[in-house]
Design a protein. Structure first.
Length: 268
């Protein structure tokens, strides 16, 4: 059983929702990423989502765009990100890690080479924001052969037909983007999320995660009531940026936020 499947099954048995937290690898400097990942797990994160720095992160708002820029100042590459995962795995072989990014770096490495390297490093899943399922057959084959889940995004504008196409190819979990726009934008509409998650569930039995617009314990708890996973990104990355010169305070601020979300979610 994959780490993702095992994690979701264990949480379901305890009547809990997964907390998935995103950071950009190498932000604000490569030396702190692995330690921060371990701290996040201690704070209650169920699944780690590690961003691959990219020069043109089209789905991201200003907060995560800036995080990519800070990481790229240190020339953090896809291979560096995989090395960070490998280092994390030396101490934690249980917590799932999902890489999130854009197609270009993976394509440059080569789909087969990437899938092999990701599996060897201990990556459990991959989200490529700009690779629709119609164009991902080759990558999908190599990921499947290496038991790395390919996770797809669904949007508020996704039609019922589109949901079915994506859900038929997704594994690990389906990621519902709860807002129209970029990361860190707008305010969460919980009623809309409830409706869309119910619609997605008619097409798949795998877990449904919800992200974008979740910034505090209250919004995390509301989503936890209807979804299998709550995904938080910009709120965490913002705290990283605010404490970029003080890694200890940074970790403290990030972990306080995540722990408050975990506590609120567990009360639902």
């Amino acid at each position: 059983m994959s780490r993702l499947n095992a994690t979701f099954e264990a949480l379901k048995a305890d009547n809990k929702t997964a907390l998935i937290s995103f950071i950009t690898a190498g932000d604000p400097q490569p030396s702190i990423t692995v330690d921060l990942l371990h701290d996040m797990v201690e704070a209650g994160v169920s699944v780690l989502e590690l961003g691959i720095p990219f020069s043109d992160p089209m789905a991201e708002g200003p907060v995560i765009q800036a995080a990519c820029e800070r990481a790229l100042l240190h020339n953090v590459s896809l291979r560096d990100v995989l090395q960070m995962v490998k280092e994390f795995r030396s101490k934690d072989n249980v917590t799932p890690i999902v890489l999130m990014g854009y197609t270009n770096p993976v394509e440059v490495m080569g789909y087969e080479a990437f899938a092999n390297a990701a599996s060897d490093a201990g990556v459990d899943g991959l989200i490529l924001v700009d690779l629709p399922p119609e164009e991902g057959d080759e990558l999908h084959q190599h990921l499947s052969a290496n038991k790395v889940d390919q996770i797809f995004l669904l949007a508020p504008t996704s039609t019922d037909e589109r949901m079915k196409i994506i859900c038929d190819q997704a594994s690990g979990f389906v990621y519902y983007v709860s807002l129209k726009g970029v990361t860190g934008a707008a305010t969460l509409n919980v009623d809309s999320v409830i409706e869309k998650v119910a619609q997605i569930r008619t097409h798949t039995s795998i877990p449904v995660g919800v992200g974008f617009g979740i910034s505090d314990a209250a919004s995390a708890a509301k989503v936890a009531a209807v979804a299998d996973a709550v995904v938080v990104g910009s709120a965490v990355v913002k705290r990283i940026a605010e404490n970029a010169d003080d890694p200890k305070k940074m970790s403290q601020q990030v972990c306080e936020l995540l722990a408050s979300m975990r506590e609120a979610m567990d009360k639902v």
